[in-house]
Write a protein that binds this ligand. Structure first.
Ligand SMILES: Nc1ncnc2c1ncn2[C@@H]1O[C@H](COP(=O)(O)OP(=O)(O)OP(=O)(O)O)[C@@H](O)[C@H]1O
Ligand SMILES: Cc1ncc(CO)c(N)n1
Length: 272
């Protein structure tokens, strides 16, 4: 059986809604075999981040080496990278293995405000990792941080996408989750055209890990050989279903429902 394989290089969320846990659940739901390299362990739940414990550069490097030398992924993603030294190591390894289908989720701050990337590491992200990205998926505050200007309308969102494209990312997806308005609209820029992916904004506090889940879904689809436009389109449906059917877990900002997309598809098949 020829199964698609993907790798996530990210932090652990003990609460299970974001990070490595969200990535592996998403890969599984989209029929992709998931592998992982942990960059940091966080003590975290729906109420916030209680602790951050980065792993050593050697530990990160060896995990990627182990996966890369044996289980070649069709696509990979990065999430929480925490420090400049981890970013440099990860970038070096990606170049060593000549992996091309790289999705960079430039995770910076958790929803409660805790830093998942050191402030001084943003420069390093721009210099070392963005030029390797096949696709980068910043939310609005992350995009603002990368480009250095504020994004309050569609025109600025497009300018920001062009600016990040010029830094070397082949496709730029600026997510609209942090915007306001009736629609949550994500913009995909491929160097020529702007594509918009729109869904109705769901009024809920349970959006923990939406960015991780979304970028993992894009990665899973790329691992199967799907073109970027199709991959983003599937990811948008996946995250919409996952938010709509949240599980009511925890007392704070709960996780989304990674089963929902497959369940809906299965039900559709039955009713047709
Ligand atoms: N309330 C919502 N209703 C519908 N879609 C949403 C909502 N919030 C986020 N999304 C969608 O979820 C995806 C992830 O975007 P978002 O901006 O939330 O990422 P993020 O801030 O990086 O997430 P996190 O940091 O929690 O992992 C995007 O497709 C966005 O449009
Ligand atoms: C480990 C980890 N990665 C990413 C995020 C962003 O949602 C988070 N909260 N925790």
């Amino acid at each position: 059986m020829d199964v698609a394989k993907a790798l996530t290089i990210a932090g652990s969320d003990s609460g299970g809604g974001a990070g490595i846990q969200a990535d592996l659940k998403t890969f599984q739901e989209l029929d992709v075999f998931g592998t992982s390299a942990l960059t940091a362990v966080t003590a975290q739940n729906t109420l916030g981040v209680q602790g951050v414990y980065p792993l050593s550069v050697d530990a990160v490097k060896e995990q990627i080496q182990s996966v890369g030398t044996d289980i070649a992924p069709g696509a990979l993603k990065t999430g929480m990278l925490f420090s400049s030294e981890i970013i440099r190591t990860v970038s070096d390894m990606i170049q060593e293995f000549q992996w091309e289908k790289l999705v960079v989720d430039p995770v910076m701050i958790a929803k409660g405000g805790s830093a998942l990337l050191q402030k001084e590491a943003i420069k390093c992200l721009k210099k070392n990792l963005i030029p390797l990205a096949y696709c980068i998926t910043p939310n609005l505050p992350e995009a603002e941080e990368i480009v250095g200007f504020s994004i309050t309308n569609r025109e600025q969102q497009e300018l920001a996408a062009q600016s990040i494209y010029k830094m070397g990312a082949k496709h730029v997806v600026i997510k609209g989750g942090h915007g306001d308005g009736e629609q949550a609209t994500d913009l995909l820029y491929d160097g020529e055209d702007f594509h918009f992916f729109t869904a109705s904004r769901i009024q809920t506090k349970h959006t923990h890990g939406t960015g991780c889940t979304y970028s993992a879904a894009i990665t899973a689809e790329l691992a199967k050989g799907r073109p970027i436009y199709d991959a983003v389109s599937t990811a948008k449906s996946f995250i919409q279903d996952a938010i709509e059917n949240q599980l009511g877990i925890g007392a704070g900002h709960g996780p989304t429902n990674h089963w929902a997309y497959q369940k809906r598809k299965a039900n559709q098949q039955i009713s047709f």
